[in-house]
Design a protein around this ligand. Structure first.
Ligand SMILES: [Cu+2]
Length: 225
């Protein structure tokens, strides 16, 4: 029954904003750490519950001396758990910078109340609003900044968040494993329109991505005429 309950609960963890449904290497590392922490904390909770049950049912009998309870439960146990957790998170954190054969693409992500503007490459004038196009299988360096207040750039299925700070540029490298549509949000409260400050991400096959860039460039040139 608990397993069925857990499965039903986790069935609600899908969707295009779910960090538990990773679609890129960064997000895989984040999700792995999340699962390790979930199962680790479950094991600790069950262990402590067992000790509590023993204490309540075996009244009058001393299973461990207070000295050993303090050293084992107060020092050794948390030290082992915390050192293991730090080691795993450092190892996973080291793998957050994705390397691939191809050089990363650079896209500027500019936040403002309450929309996202994406500017592609240094030498193009191509920009899109609330719709981000990326090539699948190639790392992308997002140069994240803001025009007004602090926002936060987050594509949960591709990786962690990055603050968008006015007058400052932060860079985060993300990659989509395969073509698809993913959701993006502002993850920092930024005013009354914060809840609707969403964008969609379309990851294309590399050739298709180049076609989209050419189409955007052509329609921009047309508009300027
Ligand atoms: Cu916001």
């Amino acid at each position: 029954m608990p397993i069925l309950g857990t499965s039903l609960l986790l069935a609600g963890c899908g969707g295009d904003l779910s960090a538990l449904d990773p679609a890129g290497p960064n997000a895989h590392n984040v999700a792995t750490l999340w699962w390790i922490m979930l199962w680790g904390s479950t094991a600790i909770f069950l262990f402590v519950s067992l000790i509590l049950c023993l204490a309540l049912t075996q009244r009058g009998q001393r299973l461990l001396s207070p000295r050993w309870l303090l050293i084992g439960g107060g020092l050794a146990f948390p030290s082992v758990v915390l050192v293991a957790l730090v080691a795993v998170s450092l190892a996973l954190g080291e793998r957050l910078l994705v390397y691939a054969n191809e050089a990363p693409l650079r896209i500027e992500a500019v936040a403002r109340q309450w929309q996202w503007e994406f500017r592609y490459g240094d030498d193009t004038n191509i920009a899109t609003l609330d719709k981000l196009h990326i090539p699948a299988g190639r790392p992308v360096d997002f140069a994240v900044t803001s025009d007004d207040v602090i926002h936060s750039f987050w594509i949960p299925r591709l990786g962690g968040k990055m603050d968008a700070i006015p007058g400052h540029t932060n860079t985060i490298r993300l990659m989509a494993d395969k073509p698809g549509t993913y959701g993006g949000v502002c993850a920092e409260f930024c005013g009354e329109g914060h809840a609707i400050m969403r964008f969609s991400v379309q990851a294309h096959e590399p050739n298709e991505f180049n076609d989209v860039m050419q189409q955007l460039s052509a329609s921009r040139a047309e508009r300027q005429q």
